[in-house]
Structure formats: C-alpha cells, structure tokens
Design a protein around this ligand. Structure first.
Ligand code: NAD
Ligand code: MG
Length: 380
C-alpha cells in the first residue's frame, strides 16, 4: 500500500486525487486537509478513515472534531495543523493540492521530513523555487508534477537527457476570452470569466486561466522543475487542449504528450511514477477531433503572461510580488470588488513599487507577501 497525505483534499485536484485512490484500491490516505469545508471533510473521513485531518479555520476544526467524535481520526487546526499533516511519519507522498503560496511552509516541512511531493500547488514553486528545488535535492525527495503541462513535459523527458533539451513548448488553451480585444475585456463579468472552455477547476485557477496569469505561473514553474533558462520556454496556444505540452530537443525532434483533458491522468502518473495504471474515461479519437490548431499568445491583450515573464527575469522577490498581488486581486475579483482588467493594474502597480530582494529567505518571502497585501489594501 502506498501511503499519502493530501493538502487541500476538498478542492478540484484533491477530490480527483481521491477518485484515483478509489479506483485503484492500493493507496492509503493517512491525512487530508481543507480550509473550512468540513461537510466534505466529514464525508472523506468516513470514506477513507485517515489518521489525521487538518482544518485551517479553528472554529471549523472544533466543529469537525465534534462531528467525527465516533471515529479514530484526529483533528488539528491552523498552520501548525497543516505542518503536522505535511510531516506525518508514515506517509511517502504529500499531494499539494492547496491553492496559493500558503502551501510554501507545509511543502518545505514535507521535504525536510523526506516526503516526495506530488505538486499541483504551483504558487509555491513560483515564489520559493530557489529554496525548494535545492532542498529537494539535499533531502533526496522527488518533486512529481501534477500540473498537466508539466506532467506532459515530465513524460516527454522519459529516457532523455536534460542537456539535450532545446526548448520546452508549454501549451495554453487561451482561456474563455481568446480572440477578444482589450476593449472587449472592459466589461466581462465574473460569470463569463468562470466559463473555461476545456477544464473544470477551482475558481482561482479558472480566473488565472482567463488572464493568462496561469500560463505565466506555469512558465516559472517549468523553469524550476526542469532547470531550464526562461529563454528556453515558449508558450503555444492550442485551443483544443489535446496536446498537453512538448519538448523540442537539439536535433529538432519534438516529443509531446496528448490525451483528452482529464487531470486524473497527471495525478495518477505522479502517484505511480514511473508506472502507468488503467484509467477509465474517453480516449482521444483523432478522426472525430479533425484538427489540432495553433496560435501565438496575444501578449498585448492578456498581460498576465508578459508581466509574469518580466517578474521572472527580474527574479529575487519579484515573482512573489507578482504572485501575491495576483492572489489578492483574484480574491477581490471573485468578491466582485474590482473589474477584470483591474487585476492587471494591481499586479503591475505592485511590481512597480517593489524594491527587489535578491535570493530572499522564507521569512523575506512571507514578509514581501504581507507587504504587498497591505499596500494593495491601502490603495484598492
Ligand atoms: P480548489 O480551490 O478547488 O481547492 C483548493 C483546496 O485548498 C481546497 O481543498 C481548500 O479547502 C484548500 N484550501 C484553501 N484555502 C486553504 C487554507 N487557508 N488552509 C488549508 N487549505 C486551504 O483549487 P484547485 O483547482 O484544486 O487548485 C489547487 C492547486 O492546484 C492550485 O495551486 C492550482 O493552481 C493547481 N492546479 C489545479 C488544476 C485543476 O485542474 N484544478 C490544474 C493544475 C494545477
Ligand atoms: Mg496547467
């Protein structure tokens, strides 16, 4: 039995991880966690009988403890609870399916405890990749990508040599507003934004897909995961989301991974790597599909991508500012406090005012995050 814990078990990636567990029957889930959705946590406790459940919200944690008094599952709360979950003695893999840079500390804790990381939580690598990647090497743990693009690259690199990579081609659907002009985006609603053409995901990443911030985060995530230069990463729009990403090698040969859009595949691949298991679901039918098309990303309209690349080129604490500003802007957009295009202004202005710290420590990253939030709150 493989033993895992899931950071963020009630979300889109978390519940699909549990689907994979359920379908295979040979993975033991020892720990689960969520922000505050105790109803779903209770269901998961009753189905999977984990030893530990961590709830961010203290009151919700107390309520859950009441509800599951009849079980053997222990309830813990807050950041200490997430850290305890991350480092549970018996687990082999921590699935980081939490949203946002809140995942940094638990991820570091898990690496220090020798756990492999099945990483969905890209915000953590974007802001703390310079700490996490060397630490993973030091502790001999694997970072197994769950993000579909990075899983595709990981799969395309099987048996290849890193030095022979020419470039990584990260595919993008273009999101729900592909083809629109900046003028068109002035009045788009939250509902329009949450209609992703190909994937059903959590709300934050769905907004990030519409702004192309997600693709920008993925460029940075790829830089850390695969150790390539920014100039070796190219974004290609592939609206059908059938090619999940590609690697071009020195000889011009290109390896790609294709399939119907289904996050259970990269999740399962990370959990059983280097093996593949049966996965139910639709197979790609090329005749039915007819064509796969490609475009350049529209960097003049969707500023999320060029701003992310700019923050990555600056480096140091700038990707933290980019990410933190986006996290708060998206929260405000989801609460209908700002308009779609304000997200770009908030990120741009936050980056503008920031004095970069080279090679920031964990404490400095968290301080920059806080400072960015405070500055935005004082202005918007
Ligand atoms: P989601 O919003 O559906 O789920 C987030 C999970 O995190 C939930 O279980 C929630 O309870 C938990 N959480 C939120 N705030 C918390 C807090 N304060 N303390 C503890 N737990 C908290 O998000 P998602 O779409 O599953 O995305 C999760 C991560 O995976 C993100 O980093 C996202 O970018 C990445 N990702 C998601 C997909 C996808 O298809 N959904 C694809 C690729 C990458
Ligand atoms: Mg992705």
């Amino acid at each position: 039995m493989k033993k895992i814990a899931i950071l963020g078990s009630t979300g889109s990636i978390g519940t699909q991880t549990l689907d994979v567990v359920r379908a295979n029957g040979d993975i033991e889930v020892l720990g689960i966690s969520a922000g505050s959705n105790i109803q779903k946590l209770e269901e998961q406790v009753r189905e999977f009988s984990p030893k530990l459940v961590a709830v961010w919200d203290e009151k919700a944690a107390q309520e859950l403890a009441q509800k599951i008094q009849d079980t053997d599952t222990k309830v813990v709360a807050g950041m200490d609870g997430l850290l305890e979950l991350a480092a549970m003695p018996e687990t082999e893999i921590l699935v980081t399916a939490i949203v946002g840079m809140l995942g940094i500390r638990p991820t570091i804790e898990a690496i220090r405890a020798g756990k492999d990381i099945a990483l969905a939580n890209k915000e953590t690598l974007v802001t703390a990749g310079h700490l996490i990647i060397p630490m993973a090497k030091e502790y001999g743990v694997r970072i197994l990508p769950v993000d579909s693009e990075h899983s595709a690259i990981f799969q395309s690199l099987n048996g290849e040599h890193k030095e022979e990579i020419d470039k990584l081609l990260i595919t993008a659907s273009g999101g729900p507003f592909r083809g629109r002009t900046r003028k068109d985006l002035e009045n788009v609603t939250l509902e329009d934004t949450l209609k992703h053409p190909n994937w059903v995901m959590g709300q934050k990443i769905t907004v990030d897909s519409a702004t192309l911030v997600n693709k920008g985060l993925e460029v940075m995530e790829a830089k850390w995961l695969f150790g390539v230069e920014l100039d070796q990463i190219q974004v290609v729009v592939q609206p059908q989301s059938v090619i999940h990403s590609m690697v071009q090698f020195k000889d011009g040969g290109i390896m790609a991974q294709l399939g119907t859009p289904d996050m259970r595949l990269p999740i399962q691949y990370a959990l059983y790597y280097p093996h593949r298991r049966y996965l139910d679901g639709e197979r790609l039918d090329f005749a039915k599909l007819g064509q796969i098309t490609f475009e350049e990303p529209d960097m003049d309209t969707f500023l999320g991508l060029p701003m992310a690349i700019r923050s990555a080129r600056t480096g140091g604490s700038m990707p933290t500012v980019f990410n933190a500003a986006n996290e708060l802007a998206v929260r405000k957009f989801l609460h209908r406090e700002i308009r779609f295009l304000d997200i770009y202004d908030i990120i741009g202005e936050s980056m503008e005012r920031h004095t970069v710290i080279e090679n920031p420590s964990l404490e400095e990253i968290l301080a920059v995050e806080n400072d960015t939030y405070q500055w935005i709150e004082s202005r918007w």
